[in-house]
Design a protein around this ligand. Structure first.
Ligand code: URA
Length: 441
């Protein structure tokens, strides 16, 4: 077998065998295939696609290319969740305590943010003392103590994906559905989950810009799950505008605390409850219940303080600090550098997620390069969202930096310019965005 034959076979629309795919993954992982051949192969996959069987074989081979996280010492069904990324996505820190408060063990391995999408690990690290590097040997003990844990994805998980993803990033081959599906699912399978719930975001601030591609990604991930023996369900959610009203690490964790204290915004609550109820469905707690019953059960945990208590327990269990009122102590404080106002009466017709994410990044809340240091206090607070009526002079949004304002005036001006282009206000009433588009399992 040689790599040139594989490239030509895929280029001509052929279907690769399990052995051929294993040969490719082995060659990427042990670096015996040169980058130019890997890149040509990735481009052939982007154009020709893959059958579900090929995508599954690629996923399984990638999941075996590094460490495998063995969670079998933790009793019960372990359900993992993953989001394909978004702006203002603070679902995990609200959802985990809800699910955990039903006694379901939750092990969540999360990533850092890159570009305009934020990462859950960065958000938790905005809490003073919170430790996210947890060795897998500590998992059973932590789960026994607190019922859940939140850790950084170890470097060794799905090694092949790390290398492929870096090459895809610089060869224009990121937007291939089989490559995205196998990349995500290989890490989830290597992470040791028994069942997986995916939040597939769709819209300007997401990888999937339209519903048709989001549905196709969901279909492929469910097919991989079926062939790999891991139940998968997908919640399709809108990412046309940011989720909730805050974007940025500390700002979002403050919103999380508010949501867990019974003050969740409607869009955040809807997405969190849809995801949490799908997670429960894979366990003994939820398997015989209807969606409506499960959503009500999860809402109850959000409103009766049990989820908040679990969140506080998680923070303490991983070394984080709480003040005397039970609120997290953060490493810095968001500092408002400017506020912008509506210049006309009307209705918000657009609050573009991508532009808000990019503006937040310009303020220092995200990384342009993997090695950039994040300003935890930076970000944006929105006062209006699509469909809201506005009067001239109403505040639309505020820009924040951390107390040290590391980015400087020029970047703040650029961020303001981005935010001005993110918003559109029209004369006619505009419909609210549908936040949960569909649930597919
Ligand atoms: N997230 C991943 O982990 N991989 C992709 O290819 C896209 C999003």
């Amino acid at each position: 077998m040689n790599m040139l034959e594989l490239i030509e076979k895929k280029r001509d629309g052929g279907v690769l065998t399990e052995n051929e795919i294993q040969f490719f993954v082995d060659g990427v992982t042990d670096k015996s295939i040169p980058d130019y051949q890997i890149s040509a192969f990735l481009m052939a996959v982007l154009w020709r696609g893959m059958t579900d069987e090929e995508t599954t074989q690629l996923t399984l081979a990638m999941s075996r290319s590094g460490e495998i996280c063995d969670l079998s010492a933790i009793p019960g069904i372990k359900v993992d969740k993953h989001s394909t990324g978004g702006v203002g996505d603070k679902v995990t820190p609200i959802l985990l305590p809800i699910v955990s408060s039903f006694g379901i063990p939750c092990v969540k391995l999360s990533g850092r943010g890159l570009g305009f999408t934020g990462g859950t690990i960065d958000k938790f690290e905005s809490i003073e003392g919170f430790r996210t590097s947890i060795d897998p040997s500590e998992f059973p003990g932590k789960i026994q103590k607190c019922g859940m844990l939140l850790g950084g994805q170890t470097e060794g998980l799905a090694t092949c994906d790390k290398y492929l993803y870096a090459l895809r990033d610089v060869t224009g081959t990121v937007p291939s559905i089989p490559l995205i599906a196998s990349s995500i699912m290989s890490k989830k399978i290597a992470g040791g989950a028994d069942a997986i719930v995916l939040d597939i975001t769709c819209g300007s601030g997401a990888f999937m810009k339209d519903q048709a591609s989001a549905r196709e990604l969901a279909r492929q991930m469910i097919a991989i799950g079926k062939l790999a023996g891991k139940p998968v369900s997908c919640v399709l959610t809108s990412m046309e505008q940011p989720l909730g009203d805050r974007v940025g690490n500390i700002l979002e964790m403050q919103e999380v605390f508010d949501a867990l204290s019974g003050k969740a915004l409607a869009d955040v609550e809807e997405v969190v409850l849809a995801m949490a109820s799908e997670m429960l469905r894979h366990t003994d707690v939820g398997k015989d219940k209807s969606s409506d019953e499960l959503i009500d059960m999860c809402r109850e945990k959000l409103n009766n303080g049990e989820a908040l208590a679990k969140f506080q327990e998680l923070i303490l269990s991983q070394g984080g600090q709480l003040d005397s009122s039970g609120s997290p102590i953060f490493v810095d404080e968001p500092f408002e550098v400017m506020k912008d106002y509506a210049t006309d009466d009307g209705y918000v017709t657009r609050c573009d997620a991508l532009s808000v994410g990019e503006a937040s990044c310009l303020l220092g809340a995200g990384r342009m390069e993997k090695t950039d240091v994040i300003d935890m206090g930076a970000g944006i607070r929105l006062y209006k969202k699509v469909g809201d009526p506005v009067k001239r002079g109403d505040p639309l949004y505020s820009l924040y930096t951390g107390s040290k304002n590391v980015v400087g005036e020029e970047r703040i001006d650029e961020a303001l310019y981005k935010m001005e282009s993110a918003f559109a206000i029209g004369k006619e009433p505009a419909s609210k965005i549908v936040d949960v588009i569909d649930v597919i399992s």
